[in-house]
Ligand binder design. Sequence first.
Ligand code: AVJ
Length: 332
Amino acid sequence: MEPPTPSELPIQIDSHLDGSHERSLAEDALDGLTRPFKELPPKHFYDARGAALFDRICELPEYYPTRAERTILEERAEQLARLTGAVELVELGSGTAAKTRVLLDALDAAGTLERYVPVDVTESMVRECAEELVEEYPGLSVHGVIGDFERHLDRLPPACGPRIVAFLGGTIGNFLPGSRRRFLRAIARLLGPADHLLLGTDLVKDPRVLRAAYDDSQGVTAEFNRNVLRVLNRELQADFDPDDFEHVALFDQQHEWIEMRLRARREHTARVAALDLPVHFEAGEELRTEISAKFTPERVEGDLAAAGLELALWLTDPQQYFAVSLSRPRAV
Ligand code: AVJ
């Protein structure tokens, strides 16, 4: 038999990273660590250790979002497949694609599934999961895009039929409100009239439940939070001592978001050698490392509407802790 030509290969991976991820860490560190209120964006948590810590967070009794979202998808995947008739699933921030299989199973059972398009910065995860999935789903092709979904949305391959763009896990909550709407608008621009956005959003609830989810009793989230300092140490030759910082998680009632911070236990100056930058901390000074916005149904619908999208389906778990919404371009 002839070896398959490239276009027949079930796996294609395009990489758009070319060192730009490292650049963005340096830029974000320079920008964020020289402000009066120090700040780092949460995307830098996720090196191999950070990704493993996040996987452990998802198993914690206090961290309900992953379980709630999986429950919703398991119960409603068939309906989602039927409503969308999707031939392809594009997943932003695919990671290990754990909950993706629930959706792929449903599209497969409906007989429409042709292609999976994972978008993630971690090349090894995209490759491994592509290889597993083409084994598990005969006939499936996987077109992986290695890149930052905030910057490389325009690099997606053209749709091969009705598509679902999935942005799950509540990661939309990492955006501040303005950039959240910009990002949703950028996603909306990718959608044709037959396409859908599947969005996971964590919901506003009892602050005690929220705080516990971000400050677990085993200290896994604290270690995950401090991991960003290890990333800076390795990638930018910094000398932060993670033990100099205390994990802080608080619910900001006014903004309805969780904030994670690292609080300096003592006054000290760390150095970021790659930037030739001293970073001074007063005792008790805090560095904001993440916001994780919590939503009301009205807020989700308003954000979607601002992006030109209309709600097709609103799904929650029995406790109403988490929501998965299906939306589509508003008919004009
Ligand atoms: C991956 C952004 C959805 O905000 O809940 C978990 C990250 N941070 N525990 C979240 C996270 C602390 C998570 N997201």
